[in-house]
Ligand binder design. Sequence first.
Ligand code: ADP
Ligand code: NI
Length: 223
Amino acid sequence: MENVEIIKKAKDFVKEQHWNDYSGHDWWHIMRVTNTAKAISIQEGGNDFIIELAALLHDVADEKISGSEEEGLLKVSKWLKENDVEGRIISAVIEIVTTISFKGGNLKHMNTIEGKIVQDADRLDAMGAIGIARTFAYSGAKDHPIYDPDLPVRDHMTHEEYRHGKGSAINHFHEKLLKLKDAMNTEYGKRLAEERHEYMIKFLDQFFLEWGNDKKNFRPYCQ
Ligand code: ADP
Ligand code: NI
């Protein structure tokens, strides 16, 4: 099968996996990450086919989509084999999908340029205006409050705490989103992240102004 044909089939497969997710991993998240990854790769290089395939498949192994990471990874490798993807491409894609998730503060390092690019694209989609929208959508879906001044910001979380602990949408900025800028892998990714980071800071400034809080209360977390 030609690479373009595999990509087309991958899109159909992934769309089916994500169509009913409203917790931040909907099909359009996958499309945006894929497009951003392609844009970064124009500047930074890497193998186009591995980048596009890994970007499309990067969240199939998320437990929200496939029940468990293990099950999801099996599903991805089965699909790649069934569609006659070359062994070395399968290994590269599986390595990226396995490493990509940032769970509970565990920043995992990507070993390849393709992985670095897809991880940057995924992180960029958690930042800026889209990142803000996704965070409030996720919080609503999980019955979390917009903000509760009595809920402390959690510095270090186990995976269990990250997924099931009590938090608010605003705390999520401090617990994850504001840390992403300094976790970017590529130069171009970093440039895009700076803009999106600034936008989130402006949003938080305005949010706390309207809330009526002294901004000193949250400023330290924004540095
Ligand atoms: P990843 O795509 O890296 O696996 P997650 O599954 O942790 O990331 O999160 C996907 C999106 O869901 C995040 O970008 C964020 O907007 C939102 N999200 C995740 N956890 C929370 C949370 N505890 N509170 C608010 N939003 C969250
Ligand atoms: Ni993602």
